[in-house]
Design a protein around this ligand. Structure first.
Ligand code: HEC
Ligand code: HEC
Length: 154
């Protein structure tokens, strides 16, 4: 093979590799920025509405942090103030009629129970998010353990 042929061959090989890949990117990733060209500002997507109907949502597995079913706009959580704990702390739950943060929120990483909320559970929004009415970006094939057990006939 001459050098030219070798290069041509390499280009063809690369192209046939790249085509299916770019197809995937267009379908799944490119849609995040819409059809806007790379050097253009796309139209901002409609902001999904947070659901704040005070109705508890289903948990897909016991260890799932429940989603927040109420408004949290402007709720301050920083070194000095934790708005969430003003209702969800053990001492506040009765007055606020809010579910108390569960016992895991009082445990350090070695499993010891602390008197107050553990620092690793202080920044609530690290794990808890509001449910919104957004459509899923990609298809979700998650199956509940109950469904898996049912399908396996147990
Ligand atoms: C004014 C009191 C109040 C504040 C402040 C508050 N919550 Fe709540 N929260 C509640 C109440 C009451 C419920 C029970 C459902 C409802 O009424 O919305 C609840 C429900 C929840 C739930 C659902 C629990 C479950 O079992 O499904 C989560 C998670 C939660 N809150 C997290 C937070 C986080 C995180 C913050 C701070 C960003 C926060 N809350 C601030 C009162 C409060
Ligand atoms: C590191 C992740 C994490 C952080 C940070 C965190 N949580 Fe949770 N939370 C969870 C998980 C996981 C669950 C469900 C299992 C459990 O109870 O541990 C949960 C459960 C809850 C529940 C339901 C309790 C129940 O008994 O049903 C409430 C209410 C809650 N969290 C509020 C909060 C608040 C308020 C904060 C901030 C002070 C917070 N969480 C911080 C992970 C977290």
């Amino acid at each position: 093979m001459t050098m030219n042929r070798l290069i041509a061959f390499a280009i063809i090989a690369l192209c046939s590799l790249a085509t299916p890949l770019s197809g995937v990117a267009e379908e799944n990733i490119a849609t995040l920025r819409g059809n806007a060209a790379l050097n253009q500002q796309g139209e901002a997507p409609v902001t999904a509405k947070p659901m704040k109907d005070d109705v508890k949502r289903h948990r897909n597995y016991p260890m799932q942090p429940p989603v927040i079913p109420h408004n949290i706009q402007g709720y301050q959580v920083d070194l000095k103030v934790n708005k969430c704990l003003s209702c969800h702390a053990r001492k506040r739950a009765e007055d606020a009629q809010a579910p108390m943060i569960s016992v895991t929120h009082y445990m350090d990483r070695d499993g010891n129970f602390l008197a107050d909320v553990s620092p690793r559970r202080y920044f609530c929004n690290q794990c808890h998010v509001q449910q919104s009415d957004a459509r899923p970006l990609v298809e979700n094939q998650f199956k509940d353990i109950d469904q898996i057990l049912k399908e396996s006939g147990k």
